[in-house]
Design a protein around this ligand. Structure first.
Ligand code: FBP
Length: 308
């Protein structure tokens, strides 16, 4: 398939990257029902690590099988599938070349009591990503955590290694820990700050949660108010987050969150698309539904981005 002008323009934002990393970005941008549109809908299945198997898969038991998720991502026409090492290994041969994959190389779990210092363990490597034919590594940072600097140093090293061998780098930037309040984790000032830091750390694709209209930091609040930064609608807040990633020169995608009703999911996606968001990464709202419903929902999400 010929790489579209839209995708070529996006690739031109990444001025330092070698042809391998650009080709891997193109692989994701040129796959699935959104191929060539510049938008991305990705299926992430790392919730088994993050929340545990029952909380993740009991609602839809076929989802205990790693093959289920490869097939769901393919059937729904997603751009890529992201998962930790074991999940990718478990379908690596059956699905080799069938869908671009993102190896999640660090993971948290719900058994650890992390207090103000949430952190993740390294659970995969750049060598694993190459061995498994992945297009990218995926890495979570928790800005705000008392351990945030460690995670930033780890991704600095892993991103350098991944880019050197032509992989793309996806950063999940999820503020939490330290002195952040719960509403602060998704506050607009914090979300934009988290996205900006991921861009500064060299991410090609940045994943954040959709921001609320809360403002967490007093010093930032003064600026939002004095400069009258528009933040009344989700679309305005998304546009602000996108602007915080080098004036829009980075791909920013938004997570789906805990399972909710179809109407609420689609309303949120409409806001993301209207604000110029580059796509969505929807896990639980997809794989916790029966497969046909999940394929329909992901199809509806894809249609919203197609029209954006
Ligand atoms: P969901 O669509 O299921 O929210 O998935 C997005 C995601 O980033 C997953 O990759 C990850 O497991 C999960 O959210 C983590 O959410 P949290 O840390 O807030 O529990």
């Amino acid at each position: 398939m010929r790489v579209t002008q839209k995708v070529k323009k996006i690739l031109s934002w990444y001025e330092s990257d070698n042809p391998g990393s650009k080709a891997n970005l193109a692989r994701m941008l040129m796959h699935g029902k959104l191929a060539g549109s510049g938008k991305l809908v990705i299926l992430p299945v790392d919730q088994g690590f993050e929340h545990g198997p029952a909380r993740s898969f009991a609602k839809n038991p076929p989802a205990y099988d790693p093959h289920y998720h490869f097939q769901l991502a393919i059937d729904a026409g997603c751009n890529a599938y992201a998962a930790p090492l074991g999940m990718i290994e478990a379908g690596a041969d059956s699905y080799a070349g069938a869908i671009p994959t993102i190896l999640k190389v660090n993971s948290a779990n719900s058994l650890a009591n992390m207090g103000t210092a949430p952190n993740q363990a390294l659970t995969g490597s750049v060598a694993d990503a190459l061995r498994l034919g992945c297009s990218a590594i995926g890495f979570t940072i928790y800005p705000g955590s008392d351990d945030a600097f460690d995670m930033m140093e780890e991704i600095r090293e892993m991103a350098e290694e991944a880019k050197a061998v032509g992989l793309a780098v996806v950063v999940w930037s999820y503020p939490r820990g330290g002195e952040l309040t719960k509403p602060g984790e998704t506050a607009l000032d914090i979300c934009a700050y988290a996205a900006h830091m991921a861009a500064l750390l060299g991410a090609h694709i940045i994943k954040v949660k959709p921001p609320t209209d809360h403002l967490e930091l007093d010093e930032a609040k003064k600026v939002y108010e004095s400069e009258k930064i528009p933040m009344g609608t989700l679309a305005e807040r998304i546009a602000h987050v996108k602007q915080a990633t080098f004036g829009g020169r980075r791909l920013v995608i938004f997570s789906g969150g805990a399972a909710k009703g179809t109407k609420d999911v689609l309303e949120e996606i409409k806001g993301i698309a209207a604000g110029g968001g580059d796509g969505s990464i929807v896990g639980r709202n997809a794989f916790q539904r029966p497969k046909d419903e999940a394929v329909t929902l992901l199809g509806d999400i894809i249609d919203i981005y197609k029209k954006a």
